[in-house]
Design a protein around this ligand. Sequence first.
Ligand code: NAD
Length: 303
Amino acid sequence: MKIAFIGIGNMGAPMARNLLRRGHSITAFDVSTSARSSLEPDGAKTASTVREAAIDAEMVFTMLPNGACVEQTYLGEGGLLDGLVQRPVLVDCSTVSPQTAALVSTEGKRRGFSVADAPVSGGVMGAHAGTLTFMVGSDSSVFNEIRNVLLDMGKTAFHAGGNGAGQMAKICNNMLAAILMAGTAEVLALAERNGVSAAAITEIINASTGGNFMSQRWNPWPGVQADSPASNEFKGGFQVGLMIKDLGLAMNCAHSVSASVPLGSLAKNLMVMHAQTDANNLTKDISSIQTLYVPKSPREIPA
Ligand code: NAD
């Protein structure tokens, strides 16, 4: 299939490479010339504008940093909805607000495009391995049309509901992931400071009711799990800065329907506090929240 891929960053580049490996033809666009030409050795063509990339595409994927970039790429002058004669299926895989997804889909449908939001879980590692999970918000017919192409980049694709529902699912998943990570880090530090090693408590909770994805597969204590970001100086994985963005989206969604999200709000505050203790933390994996619970010089504080 002829595919335009817009946003050739940490996620977009490996996703586009997997599409090339599956035999699709890719035309890449990124505002960064070095990013878009990085796919040339893999066989991609490059374009110097969004419109040029999408002009004869059957499907367009966008993988952009935030809602402002998505709105500019779809709704801005020279953007995807502006002046494409053909009507490629438009699939936004970026994590943005359900409101942005709804705006793009409303405007897109009004102009005769099929539109889907299809944010992903699985991170950079999953993007390279082709094991992403897609959460899709679209009409059912559009989901059926894009499903197989999504599975060329991932292992699972869920139809969450109509336009915007994919973003809502992604935001809920990430809020829970942040809560679980902070809770797991808290428990490991508590156990260590009371004489039970992080490795020992991990083994015990993983066989008990407290076991969870973070304790089992993304363990925040360095050395407990050999291949975790925590055991690699918190490199790789999912960056604190991106999680803060997603938690901000969750807070906005909660506010819009007056929902109480005390744990999500606390998790966001913890991530922000962590980022503010050291600017380098913004680009570390979210498991680095562990360091917030391990003071450099622990002091007795009267009970
Ligand atoms: P990134 O910053 O590495 O890549 C984004 C790319 O978009 C960059 O190459 C940038 O130059 C390009 N870009 C910015 N504005 C543009 C525009 N107007 N037109 C064309 N290109 C533009 O970010 P990433 O880590 O690849 O994340 C992309 C999206 O995926 C984000 O919405 C993020 O929240 C989401 N996401 C990231 C991860 C992760 O682990 N990195 C996991 C899940 C979801």
